[in-house]
Design a protein around this ligand. Sequence first.
Ligand code: GYE
Length: 352
Amino acid sequence: MLNIKRIGLLLLVAGLALSACQTAAPTEEAAPAEQAAPAEAVEAPAEEAMTACEAKPDMTYETMTIGFAQVGAESGWRDGETKSIRDTATELGVNLLFSDAQQKQENQIKAIRTFIAAGVDAIGIAPVVTTGWETVFQEAKDACIPILLVDRGVDASVPEDLYVTFIGSDFILEGKNAAIELAQLIPDGGDIIELEGTTGAGPAIDRKKGFEDEIAASYPNINIVASQTGDFTLAGGKEVTAALIKKYPDIVAVYAHNDEMALGAIQALEEAGMKPGTDVKVVSIDGEKAIFQAMVEGKANVTVECSPLLGPQFFEAALTTVQGGTVDRWIKSNEGIFRQDTAADDISSRVY
Ligand code: GYE
């Protein structure tokens, strides 16, 4: 334990020296000399760190215990992911401790501490928001328990050495693809509204950025008149849409960061006597079975897929890590785009 603290201190000192050098050493001569010292300080303790946290090469799925800190049950997508994690654990024989945080970060932090106390071999978490994880992730690291991020990421405020990998989608690309799809549906442009996911959540931040950057760069005739959070829920999407269409009755499309909010928007539009899917185009992200049904009925237009079926990739990466192997920093999922014209054929193969 003493070793770990010493290493931490050395790394901290080294890190400080390095960042001081990066910001305060603008001249060419000063930089190399200052960088040399911290590099040495980091090298020696790295080996000690490995002995402090020993790999378990004989670990198998059947002997491994995993803690999974889930966001909640806010969408069909989330239920699909939970099922994938639970079913895969059962199939592989992994002992799974599962926690549902009801969309609250404090509950996820508590769950991680419980997993640490239980001495799990690794922890998976879908962080509800991107910030505020440094302390608890460090506690897991100090206990030699690797953290793997599943489906939602963290931002640069969380040091990269506190988690092993991010398993999930390219949310910026999803937002960009949604913009391209939506633009095809409204060639004359017009006013549209955007329904954002949970404030501070990785997919909400990136799906907004990918979408808005693409619209700004390529579609000057499309005007995003309002962008508000519906918290990734059907009720949230419905409520926000109902309020916004009173203010902006001439909108020609809705972009929702997930299908669930799009389903809420469809209800709100219908209740206001508007025609979702025709008068007001609806584009969203996830690929839930329910949005395929809405497409079959002509009420939704496009869904950009985001797969929640991450169980197999997660447990494989966890076992490899626990055994002492390395995994990619970003394990991406394969995803498609689905449109109204093929929805009737596609719907039978949807599993979430
Ligand atoms: O799109 C949404 C869910 O984190 C990628 O969370 C996930 C998102 C998903 O609530 O439906």
